[in-house]
Design a protein around this ligand. Structure first.
Ligand code: PHB
Length: 415
């Protein structure tokens, strides 16, 4: 593959947001170059969440990267909360007519990479972006923006582009190209992390279990009919090596158990352990001149509720439409609206993720008042169908701005 020195859209970052954007643009006849700093194996092995909203599933189908997901993904109609030994079921399908799909982000990324390489379109790994320059000022069709990068040959190169998209994550370089006085940031750091495991054990229940217990939060998820994914709330700075396999399973059992004895945890060999800190973060606006930010480069959510990937996908769906409209008829209306359109959904995701997080975790610094509030919140979930409906609507994902939310036939569930 020869690497162009000029493109319409330079996409900084080859994670799910950047890769999917390249495909959405390609299918709209817009060329792009994707630059990713890490080697392909690293991008493909990163363990992240695994819940896809309906809109995310649609986008993968639209670009032709859904065959494995449709074969092996697991549609889920609901989930459960286990609160101090009591079960609350949220029947998402009955309450909202929609399901979600369990399919790991890692697998999504693999399929997007294969498709891009099959198309012979530029996707550069081991390519470190050194600087994003000349993004101030109006849009131009002269490729005025400049991306400087070090290629996998070790040499420095330049890529000129009409538009640069920063999809290079929270620690990426793209956001730093925005002058400090042109961006406002909002942040919350949580006093706990997640210890996450993958295990060769069949899932303990058909649906996901979110548990709140005196000893802290736990989540039981899955990757396949034979692989469990699970998480435990742990103190920040926890060394995963300080937890033995037995201690992890005992703690998961203690936190997810039900008082009536009806729940049994399946155990098995643990194949992967990691610790993830939790953060909420938003940078506004998501555009500066010819630079557009998408996904984690602009916003982070704590993983409770699995909104991160879905928010990133929603960003690039809006952005691809807007760039295509500009290229087709010169109209900048959608691009001018991009930041506001994306941020409305981002803040919904921020609020939902914060709500799920604070309702289900035990803050080690909290006083008893906070604990009582969280329990009352969960009591409301248990007792009110309309409140459960609101949670289910957020969980399965709200429609994109301007998108019609089709109402399924009675009894029909869309996944
Ligand atoms: C996961 O399967 O990794 C997962 C599921 C649900 C969440 C977070 C992570 O809320």
């Amino acid at each position: 593959m020869s690497v162009p020195d000029r493109t319409t859209v330079a996409i900084v970052g080859g994670g799910p947001a950047g890769l999917l954007l390249s495909h959405l643009l390609h299918s709209r006849g817009v060329d792009s170059v994707v630059l990713e700093s890490r080697p392909r194996e690293r991008v493909e092995s990163r363990q992240r969440a695994g819940i896809l909203e309906h809109g995310t599933v649609d986008a993968l189908r639209e670009v032709g990267a859904a065959a494995r997901m449709d074969e092996k993904g697991m549609p889920h109609d609901g989930f459960a909360f286990h609160v101090h030994g009591e079960r609350i079921h949220v029947d998402m399908a009955a309450l909202t007519g929609r399901a979600v799909m369990i399919w790991a982000q890692t697998e999504v990324v693999k399929d997007l990479i294969v498709l891009r390489l099959e198309q012979g379109e530029p996707l550069l790994f081991d390519t470190e972006v050194l600087a994003v320059e000349k993004v101030d000022g109006p849009l131009s069709r002269d490729g005025e923006a400049l991306v400087r990068y070090r290629g996998d040959d070790g040499a420095e190169h330049e890529l000129r582009a009409d538009v640069v998209v920063g999809a290079d994550g929270f620690h990426g370089v793209a956001r730093r190209a925005v002058p400090a006085d042109a961006v406002r940031t909002f942040e919350r750091v949580y006093p706990y992390s997640w210890l996450g495991i993958l295990a060769d054990a069949p899932p303990s229940s058909d649906e996901l279990v979110y548990a709140r217990h005196e000893r802290g939060f736990a989540l039981l998820s899955m990757r396949s009919p034979t692989v469990t994914r699970a998480y435990l709330q742990v103190p920040n700075g926890t060394d995963p090596a300080s937890w033995s396999e037995e201690a992890i399973w005992d703690e998961l059992a203690a936190r997810t158990g039900l008082d009536d004895g009806s729940f049994t945890l399946n155990r098995g060999p643990i194949t992967d352990v990691g610790v993830t800190p939790m953060r909420s973060f938003v940078a506004e606006p998501m555009r500066h001149g010819r630079l557009f930010l998408a996904g984690d480069a602009a916003h982070i959510v704590p993983p409770t509720g699995a909104k991160g990937l879905n928010l990133a996908v929603a960003d690039v769906r809006v952005l691809a439409e807007a760039i295509a409209a500009w290229r087709t008829d010169g109209s900048q209306e959608l691009l001018d609206a991009y930041s506001d359109t994306a941020l409305a959904r981002v803040w919904r995701g921020e609020h939902f993720s914060w709500t799920m997080t604070t309702m289900l975790h035990r803050d080690p610094d909290a006083d008893p008042f906070d604990d009582r509030l969280a329990l009352s919140h969960l009591q409301l979930v248990a007792s009110s169908e309309s409140y459960r409906t609101a949670i289910a609507e957020n969980y399965r994902g709200v429609p994109l701005a301007g998108e019609h939310q089709s109402v399924p036939e009675h009894g029909q569930v869309l996944s």
